[in-house]
Design a protein around this ligand. Structure first.
Ligand code: DGJ
Length: 551
């Protein structure tokens, strides 16, 4: 059986859902690409009803990514990666492209790594995001070509307070910036010729976790003079600071001045690189951030790079770097609160949400549900997929197998789920140590999620928690009395919302099914023992469409 589902439309201005306006919503496309290059439109971002979307061949596309290891952007390493990329059910592979490989001699370009990755992705029927490892890689200059590394007089590195060279190029130097721009534009020019009509490549990451490690700022003579000069007035204005014209970095930012100063110059530099690439082929471009909100000593330049797009400087980045479409936090946090905090900080009206790197643990797989449900999310990607074999990934409890479960469950219906999220009708519940019974509240119904074996005690039936704390659930409201419920290792019951006249909820029907090419397919109707004790979602995941009546 295949059916179209009718989702709830956007809320009215008063906040009440406008169910009367429900219109049959035919899902635009499944997340997995089946055919490349069906449209003249190049991949781009747009905003509809205040929500960001990534459009690929004219259709919304939610990125379920897998990133290969840092040195795997070469044919042989990629050949080993394709089977596990297939097994993880991603729709996009993220592959680094290296300045040192693209321009081994100044002015001589070698694009063979680009060609190989695009060819491989097409054969694997995956989309591709290229990551430009240029001036920056984790706060260092490790991927710049040797002709740059060996010529510090022409391509100056950052100098620390003792005037010792640090292994990072100075963001203040024009020669550094122009050299990176030239190489990046050559890469993008080739990409346009290779893929401009096919659109295998949908996103470009500019640099990697920019900033400097080893000092809080550049102490070269040029940097000192700029640091002791006035903060540009648009920087002060963008951050809503009240400072007299001509105030220095220290006067405006106090102890955060070195970081803010480096961040300003890094934003200008990265914008210039992105602009050079976009001027030849304007694909959507993002930067990935090593967020300073992650736990640690929090010393910019030492415990994390100084100069990245840390959260409190985002308004400045948006002003200074308009060619960067998405400022995206790498989130390796396993703690739910830390993870949620980063989602909130980087999800802004002027910045779509994307998580370009996350880990492969059970906790990462659980937190991934928070990204799936987040307003304005464009996608997520797991780092280091080719460190795992396809066999291991397919084993129960194997490394990253929970990520594969997430992608397999969410991917085919991603666009439908995203429409529910955009209209404010989707929520996630995830299991935590000591949190086995979260409750979600919708307009007319409360949804109680129980993780682990359910037993009776004072106050009724409660989940006792899963041994691996792996429970996670997405709930979407399709209509006032209809829900889509998807997830793993959980049991769900519905009740009329506290305060409503009705006291009980009757399950009218439960379809167990799956999405295929954006269409809902019913595998069977659940009833009897399968619904009498709540709606059970097994360890590998399941999706249920539930109609309910309050009485
Ligand atoms: C974050 C970086 O962006 C990646 O390239 C990689 O180095 C990971 N850290 C390793 O954990």
């Amino acid at each position: 059986m295949s059916r179209s589902i009718t989702p709830v439309r956007n809320r009215s201005c008063s906040g009440a859902p406008r169910f009367a306006l429900a219109v049959v919503f035919l899902l635009a496309a499944c997340a997995a690409p089946s055919v490349f290059g069906q449209s003249q439109e190049i991949p781009h971002l747009d905003q509809k009803d205040g929500h960001y979307r990534l459009l690929v061949d004219g259709k919304p596309f939610f990125v379920l990514g897998a990133q290969v290891h840092n040195s795997s952007g070469y044919t042989k390493a990629l050949d080993a990666a394709w089977p596990v990329l297939h097994a993880v059910h991603c729709n996009t592979v993220m592959v680094p492209v290296y300045w040192e490989a693209i321009e081994p001699k100044q002015g001589t370009f070698d694009v063979s790594t680009v060609d190989a990755a695009v060819k491989g992705a097409r054969e694997a029927r995956l989309h591709l995001a290229f990551l430009w490892f240029g001036t920056w890689k984790n706060g260092a200059m490790t991927y710049v070509p040797s002709w740059v590394k060996n010529d510090p007089a022409t391509y100056p590195p950052v100098l620390d307070e003792a005037h010792q060279q640090v292994e990072a190029l100075s963001p203040i130097s024009d020669s550094n910036r122009l050299a990176d721009r030239t190489a990046f534009a050559a890469f993008m020019r080739h990409l346009k010729q290779l893929d401009g009509d096919t659109h295998t490549v949908i996103l470009i990451q500019v640099e990697n976790e920019a900033g400097v490690l080893g000092t809080d700022r550049d102490y070269s003579a040029q940097a000192n003079s700029s640091f002791n000069g006035p903060v540009p007035s648009d920087v002060v204005a963008s951050l809503g600071k009240a400072a007299p014209n001509g105030s220095t970095w220290t006067q405006v930012f106090a102890e955060r001045a070195p970081e803010a100063f480096m961040s300003y110059w890094t934003a200008r530099y990265m914008d210039s690189v992105a602009e050079a690439g976009k001027s030849v082929y304007p694909l959507p471009m993002y930067i990935n951030v090593w967020p300073r909100e992650q736990p640690g000593l929090l010393r910019p330049g030492y415990s994390s790079p100084s100069g990245g797009a840390v959260a409190y400087l985002l308004p400045m980045w948006k002003r200074v770097a308009p060619h960067i479409d998405i400022i995206a936090p790498d989130i390796y946090d396993e703690n739910e609160d830390l993870y949620r905090n980063l989602l909130t900080l980087y999800n802004r009206p002027d910045n779509p949400l994307m998580v370009p790197e996350t880990g492969g643990s059970v906790n990462h797989a659980k937190n991934m549900f928070l990204t799936f449900a987040a307003n304005n999310a464009l996608g997520i990607s797991m780092f280091g997929i080719d460190g795992i074999s396809a066999d291991d990934l397919n084993k129960p409890n194997g490394p990253a197998s929970e990520i594969a479960f997430d992608y397999a469950l969410f991917g085919p219906g991603a666009n439908f789920w995203r429409s529910l999220s955009d209209s404010g009708h989707m929520q996630a519940a995830i299991e935590e140590e000591g949190l086995a019974n979260p409750a979600l509240t919708f307009d007319d119904f409360d949804v109680a999620v129980r993780f682990g074996p359910v037993t009776n005690n004072y106050g009724g039936a409660r989940g006792r928690g899963n041994p691996r704390r792996n429970g996670r659930v997405l709930v979407g409201q399709i209509a006032p009395n209809e829900f889509l419920i998807s997830g793993m290792s959980a049991n769900v019951i519905l009740a009329p919302r506290l305060g409503s006249a009705a006291k009980k909820a009757m399950v009218v029907s439960v379809e167990q099914g799956h999405f295929e090419a954006g269409e809902w397919h019913v595998d069977r109707l659940l009833n009897g023992d399968e619904t009498a004790f709540g709606l059970t979602l097994p360890e590998h995941g399941d999706t249920l469409r539930v109609k309910v009546r309050a009485y």
